[in-house]
Every structure is written in C-alpha cells, then in structure tokens.
Design a protein around this ligand. Structure first.
Ligand SMILES: [Zn+2]
Length: 257
C-alpha cells in the first residue's frame, strides 16, 4: 500500500497548541515563534516560579507569580516580531483534560505536548488521535529523554502513537520529571527537538520518528518503530476520553500537571 500524501501547512497559516509552558514548551515555543508559525496557543494553569527559571527560558525574574500562559504568549509574540514574523498568540489558563480537550484542539493543526507526567501525556495522545491532530510529545527525566512525532491516522494502519511506545500509563515506580527532577540542558535539547519534529510534520514529513537523547554521553538516536497492531488506536478501541482511566492504580500524580 502506498503511503497517503501528507498535508503541508504553510507556517504562516499554521496554528500550534503548546500544552505546557515548562522546560519543554519554552524552548520549543521559542523556535516555533522565530520560525514564523502564524498562531501559537499556550495552555498552562501554573504561575512562573523562581526555581524553574534556568530551564523555562521564556520567563524573567520579574515574571514571578504571573500566569505562565500569559507571559509565554506575550514573549512568543515578541520573539516572532524580532525575527520579522507577525505571530499571533493566545493564552489559555487551563489544563489539558478530557473535558477541556475538544475546545483546546479546535482549529489547531498540530500540538506540541510538554507536560511533566504520564497521565497528561496519554490524555493528549488520545485526544489528538480522536481529533485527527498530529502531536509531538516528549519526556525527560534526570539525564535522558525522548521525543515522538505522532501522526493522527487511526485504524489497522494507524500512525505510531504514544500508546504504541508505552502501551499503558506507567504507574508505581515509573519516574517522572515532577518526582525525579531533570537536568536543565536536557529538556532544552528535547524541546528544540520537538520544534524540529513539529516543523517537519507541518512541512509534510511522515510521522513515526522517535528520538532518544542520553545527556551524560551526549548520544542522540533516531528510531522509527513499527506501530503496534494491538494498540487501542489500531483497533479504534478508544472513542470517549471520559471513559478512559488515566491515573494508574498507584500513580497519584494529579492529572494535567
Ligand atoms: Zn498506537
């Protein structure tokens, strides 16, 4: 079977939703704004904190206590203008949850997901697949991480997605950035990789790339895993986000952080 033609979205016409304006979303957003993505929507319900300033590179000390989504949206607009691009931005002071997903994805061409816990990553992965929106996801813990360019085609020949890579929401001892911490430059690398993968998808590149980064030895590896035949999106087994359990038996991480 020949692959279906990929849609090319001119950058100036593209709307990208950044889920989370943290250590991944800040560097990814910078590159996308400077590259001339026409519209950037930032969803985050947190405030700027002093302990994160080294890796959340859109914020200044004078922003402490301000809503991250609002500060990021204003800064991304400036960054685009500094490079000669009229980037329109929008702040959404809310988390990406099953009940907010549809409104946040309305009119969006691509999602860049940079939350710090697995339940949120799975909500975004499923919502994007159901809405037909490609998503670039990433995660980083301590010295390493990964970035995935996931497509949005469901069914037997579905595109590689987060559920192909992780199968289930990791629970119990699974490390998260929130619990284990992360080395600042490592998330910077992965956020930049997310921007690179996002620009590729908007330019019509095929999804399905999974990057691995190991920061202690500076190793970067690109893989193209085969989508799992047993993935729920291959079987179209997920139709309703509200019916899916996203927080595991022993994982008490709050959804959406
Ligand atoms: Zn899958």
């Amino acid at each position: 079977m020949s692959p279906s033609p990929r849609r090319v979205t001119p950058l100036a016409d593209a709307t990208v939703l950044l889920v989370g304006a943290g250590g991944l979303g800040c560097p990814a957003g910078r590159v996308l704004a400077r590259s001339g993505v026409g519209r950037l929507v930032v969803s985050d319900d947190d405030q700027v904190e002093g302990t994160n300033l080294h890796r959340q590179v859109l914020f200044r000390e004078t922003d402490l206590g301000q809503p991250k989504a609002e500060v990021a949206a204003a800064r991304l607009r400036e960054l685009g203008a500094e490079a000669g691009h009229a980037v329109s931005t929008e702040a959404r002071l809310q988390r990406f949850l099953p009940e907010t997903a549809a409104a946040l994805l309305d009119g969006v061409d691509l999602v860049v997901e940079g939350s710090d816990n697995f339940p949120s990553k799975f909500v975004v992965a499923d919502a994007c697949m159901l809405a037909g929106v490609p998503v670039v996801q990433a995660g980083a813990v301590r010295w390493g991480g990964w970035a995935l360019a996931a497509g949005a085609r469901r069914g037997p020949s579905h595109d590689l997605c987060l559920r192909c890579v992780f199968e289930e929401v990791p629970t119990g001892d699974a490390l998260t950035c929130e619990l284990a911490g992360v080395v600042g430059p490592v998330v910077g690398v992965l956020g930049a990789l997310q921007a690179k993968l996002a620009l590729g998808l908007l330019n019509g590149e095929a999804p399905g790339t999974l990057m691995h980064y190991e920061g202690r030895r500076d190793r970067l590896r690109e893989t193209h895993p085969v989508p799992r035949a047993e993935c729920p999106h291959a079987r179209e087994a997920i139709d309703d986000l509200a019916a899916v359990r996203y927080v595991g038996e022993t994982n008490e991480a709050p959804l959406g952080r």
